[in-house]
Design a protein around this ligand. Structure first.
Ligand code: ADP
Length: 623
């Protein structure tokens, strides 16, 4: 039994192909984790790295508390089951199952006990004398499972074990593997491209695409709160419907304009987490609605479709249609109007019929047209507000505040601005006051809905904030984006900063090596483990390359004596936090400074222990 931890795992194949990017997961003991995604997305590569069959380019793999990157496969206490069964054809089932144990020189009586126990569990006791070729696919896969089982591994890895089986057997084996997992109480990691397998078996599912993890979540959360269009479309059958729509705020409602020109209304409350900039009636967004969340309406609604096919499945009925008037000619161009509805059996619908639809608005999904990321994040990334500028003052949230210098400079002569405000940038303070309409507990934080004119300002708050009360707050001006006429004039300041440099070693005698990050002529001591990691990943080329060193802005210190010589080009005054723009050699850093800061030259002390080291060309994190 074991926990597993994958931390910033990357796989770059010899040919330069980046098959796995920044894979992070903490797997608890006894979990059933499924890696799912289309062919080529990096599932097997990740599994094979866990098994030790493929080396890890960078990142850390822990099995239990042990760093396992360099452990031999046989020392990892892991058993793997393959799609191809990988049985020895000339051996009997018994010998196939006993093979690994005999290799470990286990006494024959113990082997027998283990093989018989596993055979019983898998219901293959009667086949122990057979050779694999005299067995069905399902039976062979049981033998492969049995061979893994007898080893009492801490972790089971299964790579598409059921994909060679027919549909009926697959469904049966699915249940059996789930039962086996429960019975054994061992950690399982299971790879499949089949979302039904993933949804029915996994306690948590990792959805992957093109080498990147898209979402790690429980089956229900993947279904109800997909992070992006890819996950939304991948999970669920028939697939979620997607339409390009335009949204317009109409008082307490939002009007949806569908691709066929029809319109429907939903309550603003159902989509209040969307930024109001998407409600302008002009921006195209992707609306997602699952077939089971569209109702057939008895009344004539504005949203209608013409039926193109009907599938009666006995317990349910799948209706295929195209948005618009029945009887219209449809062409390939109308593909974006295709709609699928899943309903109970017994409805009387035929091809060619005009049907009227209602969407269950609380089940609506909205995605950005470009990034395809959800616009209804449980904790919104930010909301957008209009402010008016008059002289030194900004009017926003019903109050007037003096504009800090950095904002004033960016805004220039403009009289109207927009602010994109992330919930964490709303902090207790004295500048503004709004009523708390609602407090919601979501993703481990308390999210307050603050009532502003026509949309909510979201804030992350503590337990003292109560619904119905007024909340007094200020803005972290350095964390907001400022726009004039839709164009950003000031970007939020991030938590991280980076600088580029080279990497060096110094050997003292035979056994002692020190490593350094060399940045603009200064040598910054590097942790020994990082030094060895960089060398292991890059070989001796590492001493010739330039790396990107990334660190928290908070870890930068200004010092009188130690550190890199820097010239202060400018001080950016945001009111709540000031920053110095410091030029070091050919590079620039933004450094947090106190309000009274006025120096022209500084020494910037960087702590090599706080550095993440990034390989620049292929862009992956080494340590
Ligand atoms: P999956 O299991 O999700 O189908 P894989 O992990 O097998 O995907 O492969 C991920 C990507 O890495 C694919 O694009 C595949 O072509 C590539 N790949 C796999 N093995 C190698 C290899 N030995 N050398 C180069 N590229 C590879």
């Amino acid at each position: 039994m074991a926990n597993l931890k994958l931390s910033h795992i990357y796989k770059v194949y010899e040919n330069g192909h980046k098959a796995v990017n920044d894979f992070n997961i903490d797997i608890q003991d006894k979990e059933f984790i499924v890696f799912v995604g289309p062919s080529g997305c990096g599932k097997s590569t990740t599994l094979r790295m866990i098994a030790g069959l493929e080396n890890i380019t960078s990142g850390d793999l822990f099995i239990g508390d042990t760093l396992a990157n360099d452990l031999e496969p046989k020392d990892r206490d892991i058993a793997m089951v393959f799609q191809s069964y990988a049985l020895y054809p000339h051996m009997t089932v018994y010998d196939n199952m006993a093979f690994g144990l005999r290799n470990r020189h286990m006494p024959e009586d113990v082997i027998q006990e283990k093989v018989l126990e596993a055979a019983k569990m898998l219901d293959i006791e009667d086949y122990l004398d057979r050779k694999p070729k005299a067995m069905s696919g399902g039976q062979r896969q049981r033998v492969a499972l049995g061979r893994a089982l007898v080893r009492d591994p801490k972790v089971f890895l299964l790579d598409e074990p059921l994909s060679n089986l027919d549909a009926k057997l697959r469904a049966q084996m699915r249940t059996e593997i789930t039962k086996l997992h429960k019975k054994l109480g061992t950690t399982f990691i299971y790879v499949t491209h089949d979302q039904v397998e993933a949804m029915t078996m996994g306690t948590r599912i990792v959805v992957m695409k093109l080498g990147y993890v898209q979402q790690i979540d429980t089956p229900m959360n993947l279904y109800n709160k997909p992070y992006n269009k890819f996950v939304a479309g991948f999970i669920g059958t028939p697939q979620m419907n997607f339409f390009d729509v335009k949204l317009t705020r109409k008082g307490k409602d939002v009007e949806i304009l569908y691709p066929d020109g029809s319109k429907s209304l939903v309550k603003y409350e159902s989509v209040s987490k969307i930024h109001n900039k998407y409600l302008d009636g002009e921006t195209t967004v992707i609306l997602g609605i699952r077939p089971e969340h569209i109702n057939l309406s008895e009344k004539k609604t504005d949203l209608k479709a013409s039926v193109t096919a009907v599938e009666h499945l006995g317990n349910e009925c799948i209706i295929y249609g195209v948005l618009g008037e029945a009887g219209e000619e449809f062409t390939m161009k109308d593909e974006g109007k295709n709609v699928i509805i899943k309903t109970v059996e017994g409805v009387k619908v035929e091809v060619g019929d005009q049907i009227y639809l209602e969407i269950q608005e609380e089940k609506l999904h909205l995605f950005d047209k470009e990034t395809e990321v959800t616009l209804l994040n449980p904790v919104p990334n930010y909301s957008v507000f209009d402010g008016k500028v008059a002289g030194e003052e900004l009017s926003i949230f019903g109050s007037k505040v003096k504009l800090p210098e950095a904002l004033k400079e960016a805004i220039g002569e403009a009289k109207e601005v927009e602010l994109e405000v992330p919930p964490f940038a709303v902090v207790p303070g004295k500048d503004y006051s709004l009523k708390v309409a609602k407090v919601e507990e979501v993703e481990g934080v308390k999210l307050a809905y603050l009532e502003n004119e026509d949309c909510y300002l979201f804030a992350i708050v503590d337990d003292s904030v109560k619904e119905g009360a007024k909340y007094n707050f200020s803005l972290r001006n350095d964390k907001v984006r400022v726009l004039v006429e839709g164009q950003p004039v000031l970007e939020p300041i991030g938590e991280q900063e980076f600088i580029e440099g080279t990497f060096k070693k110094k050997e003292h005698g035979r056994n002692k090596i020190d490593f350094f990050y060399s940045v603009e002529g200064d040598e910054i001591p590097a942790p020994v483990e990082c030094g060895y990691k960089i060398n292991a990943v890059e070989g001796n080329n590492c001493y010739k390359k330039t790396y990107r060193y990334v660190f928290d802005r908070k870890s930068i210190q200004l010092d009188q004596e130690l550190g890199l010589m820097g010239k202060v080009e400018k001080v950016l005054r945001y009111g709540n936090q000031d920053y110095a723009k410091v030029v070091i050699g050919k590079q620039e850093l933004l450094v947090e400074v106190a309000p009274d800061f006025a120096a022209e030259e500084v020494k910037v002390f960087l702590d090599g222990n706080a550095f993440e080291v990034w390989q620049k060309e292929i862009d992956f994190r080494i340590c």
